[in-house]
Design a protein around this ligand. Structure first.
Ligand SMILES: Cc1cc2nc3c(=O)[nH]c(=O)nc-3n(C[C@H](O)[C@H](O)[C@H](O)COP(=O)(O)OP(=O)(O)OC[C@H]3O[C@@H](n4cnc5c(N)ncnc54)[C@H](O)[C@@H]3O)c2cc1C
Length: 397
């Protein structure tokens, strides 16, 4: 495999370069050798392999990324998180999902919630968390959710059904967005629900295009009683917490997409320089070299945009501006990575259609990045709203 020098090198401290090198070594030595096995097994590696990945990630201090050191995380800046996630994105089959981590909203929990759910997840001891907002009638419009939480016998009672709950099949705790019915109001609130609580039913575990480590089941909640303290933050904090979740998830998708483009360029360039047809290397045909040039341009532009967002977050910029910029980076990179994977398949010819080929796998896997955490259309709505409300100059600079 050839290597490409990452942009923005001069911005990094020695420690940040060391962190990136550590993440890269982990990805290349531990995760990449498992890609084909994961693909063959529909994404589900045997337990001993998962344990090995977790141990290796913890030994290399790659678990818990942005979470605070006192909670068992690494306390990375967003730039440092970016550098590691870009490496994680270079691997197919989402094998980095096995690196112990948890959604950022858990850090807003009480000390007891952190000790019970967050810290064990970062140590890789429990099944981690899953985040459930989407419903049958509430997808792009998350405000249309109908799941409710009413006051019960000293606690809350949850009723509703959530769709596409990523990792819901393995999670130790479900983070459920529901409308808390309080004094005639319907207040969006995040609740912690244990998957084995009476009234939690796994309705379906559908198959999807990718072969990833976990499923995305449909989960129904019927009169599920939970304790009064099973709320993250305060009642009514759900939307604000969810915005911080979306921002990080969207930038994460962009960052993984950049890693994917990096790997696709590495593999496709090497192949195009080596493959000879009709007496010349295929890279000498512009039909092959020009799409590669377009992919390199996409990768570089996307990287600068996502780095810009990471640096804005580290600088404590206005959260609304960051929200719009995170949408831009997710929109641009998810679409660019899709184009890049499609071009790579074409450059590999018939080999690009084999599941053993990285371009084939990425071509399937990257598709969902234009759908989850808000479709491309929803990102465009957010960006257009920023233009309208905050003006062109603030939005694009
Ligand atoms: C593999 C996978 C994993 C997922 N994981 C999770 C998870 O862990 N937790 C979770 O809560 N959800 C999860 N989701 C759900 C995901 O976030 C939604 O699928 C996504 O937000 C789109 O919602 P929808 O599928 O209902 O499509 P819809 O909202 O029905 O949209 C259908 C189409 O209409 C377009 N559209 C909708 N509204 C507008 C508009 N106003 N303007 C223009 N176009 C519009 C959309 O862009 C889309 O093209 C997951 C989905 C998948 C596929």
């Amino acid at each position: 495999m050839t290597t490409t020098a990452p942009a923005g090198e001069d911005r990094l401290t020695g420690e940040q370069r060391e962190l990136r090198a550590r993440a890269r070594e982990f990805v290349e030595e531990v995760l990449m050798p498992l890609e084909l096995e994961a693909e063959r097994l529909g994404g589900r590696l045997p337990a001993e392999r998962i344990a090995m990945i977790r141990e290796a990630a913890i030994a290399r201090r790659l678990n818990g990324g942005r979470h605070a050191v006192e909670h068992g995380g690494q306390g990375w800046t967003m730039l440092e998180w970016f550098l590691v996630n870009e490496q994680f994105g270079r691997v197919t089959n989402a094998l980095h999902w096995h690196v112990p981590n948890a959604y950022n909203v858990l850090a807003s929990g009480t000390t007891e919630q952190i000790d019970r759910w967050l810290a064990p997840a970062l140590r890789g001891e429990a099944g981690g968390d899953a985040y459930a907002v989407t419903e049958a009638l509430a997808g792009s419009d998350a405000t249309a959710i109908e799941t409710t939480a009413r006051r019960g016998d000293g606690g809350w009672v949850i009723d509703g059904e959530k769709w596409f709950v990523t990792s819901g099949d393995v999670a130790a705790v479900l983070i459920v967005m529901a409308l808390a019915l309080v004094d005639g109001e319907r207040l969006p609130t995040l609740f912690l629900v244990e998957p084995n609580a009476p009234g939690v039913e796994f309705v379906e575990d559908p198959q999807f295009t990718h072969n990833y480590p976990h499923g995305h089941p449909t989960i129904r909640f019927t009169g599920v009683e939970i304790a009064p303290e099973a709320v993250i933050g305060a009642v009514g904090d759900g939307e604000a917490l969810q915005r911080t979740w979306f921002t990080e998830e969207r930038l994460g998708i962009a960052t993984h997409g950049l890693g994917a483009m990096w790997r696709l360029l590495d593999e496709t360039t090497a192949w195009a320089c080596e493959r000879v047809q009709g007496g010349s290397r295929i890279i000498d045909h512009q039909g092959i070299s020009f799409p590669l040039a377009d992919s390199a341009t996409d990768a570089t532009a996307g990287r600068l945009l996502a780095l810009h967002v990471a640096e804005l977050i580290d600088a404590g910029a206005d959260v609304k501006l960051i929200h719009a910029k995170a949408s831009m980076s997710k929109l641009f990179v998810s679409e660019a990575a899709g184009r890049c994977a499609d071009r790579a398949v074409q450059a590999f010819g018939g080999r690009g259609y084999m599941r053993s080929n990285v371009a084939e796998r990425f071509n399937r896997e990257l598709r969902v990045d234009r759908i989850w955490e808000g479709t491309s259309e929803i990102q465009r709505l957010i960006i257009a709203r920023a233009l309208e409300r905050r003006g062109v100059e603030r939005t694009i600079q």
